[in-house]
Design a protein around this ligand. Structure first.
Ligand SMILES: Cc1cc2nc3c(=O)[nH]c(=O)nc-3n(C[C@H](O)[C@H](O)[C@H](O)COP(=O)(O)OP(=O)(O)OC[C@H]3O[C@@H](n4cnc5c(N)ncnc54)[C@H](O)[C@@H]3O)c2cc1C
Length: 568
């Protein structure tokens, strides 16, 4: 049975009835629109008023994104990561541009729901009910990832009044947002501050869409924009924490966008290849094509297993259990780069067809590239992830076992994550519990690779000088990432009763990836002879498993042929 989402057969059994209805309505919206019109709007870069009207009409954003205490009688309103995953996947599946309006709304709401400003929270909940979308004004043109350098200034004018001056760049929904959360500094004290800006007020100017796309990624300017204490969301350390804590939550969604895109592309590619006959053979009969499909499928199934499992840890997080701070950046960074691999494999299969304007694939090939680069690049997230490596590998702690977290409830902790310090002190449950829970040939090879990595870290760890070499650390981070990635995949494979053939194939891919990153360290100019020796021990070949390969081909991949095509 296929592990991939199919809008025509998905039942969303793990959700409650009102949530299932939201997912079904959203699928119906896109299927009723049809592929031709969806593609035409994309090509013509048409702003999606119809989609925003649909969201308003069905009260979807108000239901999915309002905390219950602000929901004004809507009994289904809550921030429920489990159902938001499903919604994310659907939007990614149909259109990244549409997903983006939802995503930046999530980001914009972060500093608001995290603030202690009840007045603006009630105003925001009302604007959500009125169908508003929101936005997150963090980035500036000149400063990229360097938030310390923000130049947006809030100047006190006395009597609790302020004026805001400065520019922001790459800000989604800046053309229409009901409110934008904007990050800046107090011009007198230099303290960080978040404040809410109404895009219809004088003093706000939307200058341009900086991308040539249907989604609106604005450059905007505030010139003497007037505001009072009532619009201040947070200041000082709380403002800094709100910036990072919002991104902790938001970045998780990028993995789901990638999963949605790669899934739709997979359906399209496998159906195309299975019907294309060359030299009297179907394309899906070529052994190298089967290998590409098998790798693409294994990567995609792994992406989904990992992201779903990370949701469980996000939903059970607390001040005492901050493991999500490793898993969420991995969803952002690893899952999205895996999405690029999936599209690359599929494009090698369907070749010229992937350029044609009537395909979903043509948009997927463009859009899949975006996700590793947004909300912190892969590099920035990897720099974050390596902080967890020592405790994860060498200093585990006891935690209660967490099962699937699908219950319909509000994930309140996401808006009370507390200080962002102390990442290096966070502990994790022992990864070996998962790895030792199953016995599969490629799992055994992978475990030997992990042991070789640990041996290197113990006997020849990066020197002080090497720790300045970000290139070397990035490759090391890739190896560590694979260990944590594999752990959650195994945990979820057991929870979801994934068959052994597929799991063994997933680890076939992971063994090869581990070898590739080990070779990167080996070949890096800065690695030492001792480290190079250890790397050679990590270079391993997967265990051959032709029967397992065939079982995945027949049981998982072939049934997808003709399984889904978007309504024309
Ligand atoms: C389509 C789109 C939509 C966006 N939407 C929004 C939005 O709604 N709101 C918003 O606030 N922003 C938004 N952004 C901005 C986005 O979050 C940034 O582009 C992203 O964080 C990366 O910043 P940058 O591209 O300026 O790269 P830079 O920060 O300029 O980075 C340059 C290079 O340096 C590397 N680098 C930087 N810092 C480090 C580090 N500490 N360690 C290792 N390497 C490092 C990077 O990996 C990169 O290779 C959007 C961007 C795009 C393209």
């Amino acid at each position: 049975m296929s592990m991939l989402f199919n809008p025509k057969t998905a039942t969303f059994d793990h959700l409650d009835a009102p949530s299932r209805e939201i997912m079904r309505q959203t699928i119906d919206f896109f299927e009723a629109k049809g592929k031709a019109r969806l593609k035409e709007d994309d090509h013509e870069r048409r702003w999606y008023t119809d989609f925003l009207d649909f969201l308003k009409d069905k009260q979807i954003l108000a239901t999915l994104l309002t905390p219950p205490e602000l929901a004004a009688g809507n009994p289904h309103a809550r921030w429920d990561t489990c159902r938001n995953c499903a919604f994310n996947e659907i939007l990614g599946f149909y259109s990244l541009a549409h997903w983006y309006a939802w995503q930046v709304t999530i980001l914009g709401l972060g500093p608001i729901w995290m603030s202690g400003n009840r007045g603006i929270q009630e105003d925001t909940a009302r604007r959500l009910r009125e169908g508003g979308v929101f936005g997150f004004g963090l980035s500036e043109k000149a400063h990229g990832a360097d938030l310390y350098a923000s130049e947006m200034m809030l100047t006190p004018m006395g009597d609790g009044q302020y004026r805001a001056d400065g520019g922001k760049y790459y800000i989604g929904n800046g053309n229409v947002a009901a409110l934008l959360s904007v990050f800046g500094k107090n011009s007198e004290t230099d303290a960080y501050v978040w404040f809410a800006v109404d895009t219809r007020q004088p003093g706000y100017e939307c200058l341009q869409n900086v991308v040539n796309s249907q989604m609106y990624v604005s450059e905007f300017a505030l010139q003497g924009y007037p505001l009072s204490e009532a619009q201040i969301l947070s200041t000082g350390q709380a403002a800094w924490d709100a910036a990072l804590n919002t991104v902790n939550v938001g970045k998780y969604n990028l993995g789901w966008a990638s999963i949605g895109i790669a899934t739709h592309a997979f359906h399209e590619a496998v159906t195309h290849a299975a019907h294309r006959n060359l030299y009297g053979k179907y394309v899906t009969d070529f052994p190298h094509i089967r290998q590409l499909f098998a790798d693409a499928y294994a990567r995609l199934a792994a992406m989904r297993l990992f992201a779903l499992r990370a949701s469980d840890y996000q939903r059970t997080a607390s001040m005492e259990d901050r493991r999500y701070l490793l898993y969420n950046p991995l969803v952002k960074m690893k899952v999205t780069t895996e999405g690029e691999h999936v599209i690359n494999h599929l494009w090698d299969i369907i070749a010229a067809r992937g350029f044609e304007k009537d395909t979903y694939f043509e948009a997927a090939a463009r859009d899949i590239r975006a996700l590793p680069k947004l909300e912190g690049t892969v590099h920035v997230n990897m720099a974050l992830v390596v902080k967890f490596m020592a405790n994860y590998l060498f200093n585990p702690a006891d935690f209660p076992v967490i099962g699937r977290e699908t219950a319909p409830r509000h994930d309140a902790f996401l808006f009370a994550q507390g200080p962002t310090r102390g990442l290096g002190r966070i502990q994790f449950h022992d990864y070996r519990l998962a790895y030792d829970s199953l016995d599969l040939p490629n799992l055994a090879v992978f475990k030997a690779q992990i042991e070789a990595l640990k041996a290197m870290l113990l006997a020849a760890p990066p020197t002080k000088e090497q720790s300045q070499d970000i290139g070397l650390l990035l490759s090391l981070g890739e190896l560590f990432t694979l260990v944590a990635y594999g752990q959650l995949i195994i945990e979820n494979a057991r929870l979801l009763a994934v068959d052994d053939h597929l799991l063994n194939r997933i680890f076939d891919v992971m063994v090869r990836d581990f070898s590739r990153f080990a070779l990167q360290i080996y070949s890096h100019p800065g690695s030492s002879p001792a480290q190079m020796d250890h790397c050679l021990k990590m270079l391993r070949k997967p265990a051959a498993d032709p029967e397992g390969f065939q079982a995945v081909w027949e049981g998982h991949i072939l049934p997808l042929v003709d399984g889904y095509a978007m309504n024309p």
